[in-house]
Design a protein around this ligand. Structure first.
Ligand code: ADP
Length: 404
């Protein structure tokens, strides 16, 4: 049997010390002799295996960190004492805190939110799962869905809590808008229907025999049915414009000619109100557009410019060129729009004066249809107005540059 010399053992210990202090990139080397070489190669093999395993774990760790870093949801892990173990960048953004300052602190110290601390506490004591909606007013006003579950290691022991925070503000906003829209539609439909029902009942109860009154009643019923028809047509247009199926039939469109056609259609309204309109668009102005839909845009804008104009007022339709685009401006000399209403004027059913709009046969949907059509063309819409002096509605479309 060959025994290892003291020198060899010392050299082995020095090698192992170096590895434990340094890294696993080292190899144990013996200065001389062969008696320890099987042990040395076993150790070196073990180091090789560890090195591979650690490289694999580092890779896995990098993946997990990348996933957490890129998650839109906030992720927050705390230990069983409610101290923060880890947070991802989304959590930093939501609560306006820094990872380095939050980690290691108690949850309530890191994130000053009692509701989240309470949820975490419940999970740490019960070991279950809690899903709850929270409205945050500070540092940002938003609505979050909080999902907290216990981190269980082994059979029963709760070693912490994992909290996932999902921003659902936009979803809730859309739901509220939908609810409001349904309520508005129901209300708009109900008003004329209630009137129609009332007058028909009165007629049936005997008023039909009174020739003069019955004619009056029928005229009112007729007016309301026209309103209903207009409303349903506008709703159908909107539904169609909002549906994914909307296909634009883009073509080189002479916008000045299109406007002439639209103005011609409003002849009797111009006459009735004594309003005059001037088409100042150059005859050779072409846009890349779905002409039927742009015709609808012009109809809605000119219709409003007449309805909300003063009697004997004027309407000017002009343009501005820039960067291959054209801005079409419909300017009237009407009542104008109060500053506080300007930002919401393109919303569905938004009207400055509901009663007046109804009286003028409006549905409150005309401008939202305009906005939808122009945005579907990749353009934009806007308004400038001075109360009492008039309004300027405009839209921007891509111009067709004349071939050389
Ligand atoms: P409406 O059917 O009521 O005309 P719109 O969506 O076309 O619906 O317009 C919404 C509201 O915007 C109108 O009720 C009116 O209050 C305001 N508005 C639109 N165009 C004009 C304009 N040219 N001048 C003044 N107010 C306008």
């Amino acid at each position: 049997m060959i025994f290892a010399t003291n020198k060899q053992i010392k050299s082995l210990i020095t090698g192992l010390d170096k590895i434990s202090q340094d890294s696993l990139n080292e190899k144990v080397e013996l200065s001389s002799g062969i008696s320890l070489s099987p042990l040395v190669s076993a150790i070196n093999n073990l180091i090789g295996a560890f090195t591979k395993r650690i490289a694999f774990l580092e890779q896995e760790n990098k993946k997990s960190v990348a996933i957490l870093d890129n998650m839109i949801e906030g992720v927050l892990a705390i230990d069983k004492d409610a101290k923060v173990i880890s947070i991802n960048p989304a959590t930093e953004n939501i609560f306006g805190i820094k990872k380095s300052e939050a980690e290691g602190r108690y949850l309530l110290e890191a994130i000053r939110n009692n509701d989240i601390a309470e949820i975490a506490n419940k999970v740490l004591t019960s070991g279950g799962f809690i899903s709850q909606e929270l409205s945050l007013v500070w540092p940002v006003q938003r609505i979050f869905s909080i999902n907290a579950s216990a981190i269980i290691i082994g059979e029963r022991s709760i070693s912490g809590c994992l909290i996932v925070i999902h921003d659902i503000t936009e979803i809730r906003k859309l739901e509220a808008m939908r609810r409001e829209f349904v309520a508005n539609v129901s209300h708009e439909l109900k008003t004329p229907l209630t009137s129609i029902k009332g007058f028909v009942e009165t007629l049936l109860e005997g008023a039909i025999e009174d020739r003069e009154n019955s004619r009056n009643f029928l005229e009112i019923i007729h007016e309301h049915t026209i309103r209903l028809d207009g409303l349903i047509n506008d709703l159908l247009s909107l539904a169609y414009l909002e549906s994914k199926a909307l296909a634009l039939n883009l073509e080189k469109t002479n916008i000045s000619q299109l406007l002439d056609k639209v103005l011609e259609g409003f002849k009797s309204q111009f006459k009735a109100k004594g309003v005059s309109a001037e088409n100042q668009l150059p005859g050779e102005l072409f846009v890349n557009a779905d002409s039927a839909k742009i015709e609808q845009v012009l109809v809605n804008l000119v219709d409003n410019a007449i309805k909300f104009n003063r009697s004997q007022g004027t309407i000017n339709i002009s343009h501005q060129d820039f960067d291959g685009k054209v801005k079409i401006i419909v300017e009237d000399t009407g009542m104008g729009i109060p500053e506080k209403d300007l930002a919401r004027i393109f919303e569905r059913f938004y009207r400055v004066d509901k009663a007046r709009s109804r009286e003028l046969g409006g549905t409150g949907l005309g401008l939202s249809i305009v906005k939808h059509i122009i945005e579907a063309h990749g353009g934009s819409v806007g308004v400038e107005s001075l109360e009492g002096a008039g309004s300027k509605f405009w839209f921007i479309l891509l111009k067709v540059i004349k071939e050389a």
